[in-house]
Design a protein around this ligand. Structure first.
Ligand SMILES: [Zn+2]
Length: 203
């Protein structure tokens, strides 16, 4: 049986480490997970917390509509919580979503069209289901928006473009997801490594 307290601790440690990589400046970014016992509950990071100080107490509980669950009504969830809700609806087997505001993600998305093509790297095998470097992936790039209802609708409409478990938001950052924290970390670290390689190769 999963231990909720341990899951929160592992997530909090990941969030602090990613802050140290420069992926969540100035209290930005958000993260979530679901437990297998209560998959209808989304544990999402509270907004406005300095991610270098993030602890297991800094999660709040929301439902699939993004609204706070009983006991958390006094806390306003981050606007981007809706993105997490939509991703869990589109991919019900996924239990963890990670987000970064990394410099390489922002740089690529500033100059890319509606997707970024990456091919030939050994590390592509970090994405679930990819078993050889001899492959090409298309990472979608969606225009950023402050209207999360509209952005969520866009994600639903263009869900067939989500062929790898990551996407970029233009001049904003990366979203990555997985069946658990281990897999979501692998996916985020895979795309961030590839983004850095590609940027340095091209510039
Ligand atoms: Zn963000």
């Amino acid at each position: 049986m999963e231990n909720l307290a341990a899951l929160k601790e592992q997530m909090a440690e990941t969030i602090r480490r990613y802050h140290d990589k420069g992926w969540s400046p100035a209290t930005s970014t958000n993260y979530s997970f679901r437990s297998s016992e209560q998959p209808e509950v989304i544990y999402v990071s509270r907004s406005g917390i300095d991610k270098s100080q993030f602890t297991a107490q800094d999660f709040m509980e929301v439902g699939f509509d993004g609204k706070p669950l009983p006991g958390f009504e006094a806390i306003r969830p981050s606007a981007e919580t809706l993105i997490h809700c939509v991703l869990y609806q589109l991919f019900p087997q996924m239990h963890c979503i990670l987000h970064s505001h990394s410099v390489y993600s922002v740089l690529h998305s500033a100059v890319a069209g509606h997707s970024l093509t990456i091919e030939g790297y050994e590390v592509l095998k970090g994405f679930e289901g990819i078993t050889t470097h001899e492959t090409t992936v298309d990472c979608p790039v969606f225009d950023n928006s402050q209207d999360m209802e509209a952005f969520s609708e866009l994600l639903r409409r263009e869900a067939d473009r989500l062929t790898i478990p990551v996407f970029l938001m233009r001049k904003h950052g990366t979203y990555a997801w997985g069946k658990n924290l281990f897999e979501a970390k692998r996916h985020l670290e895979t795309i961030e490594y590839l983004l850095e390689c590609e940027w340095k190769l091209r510039h």
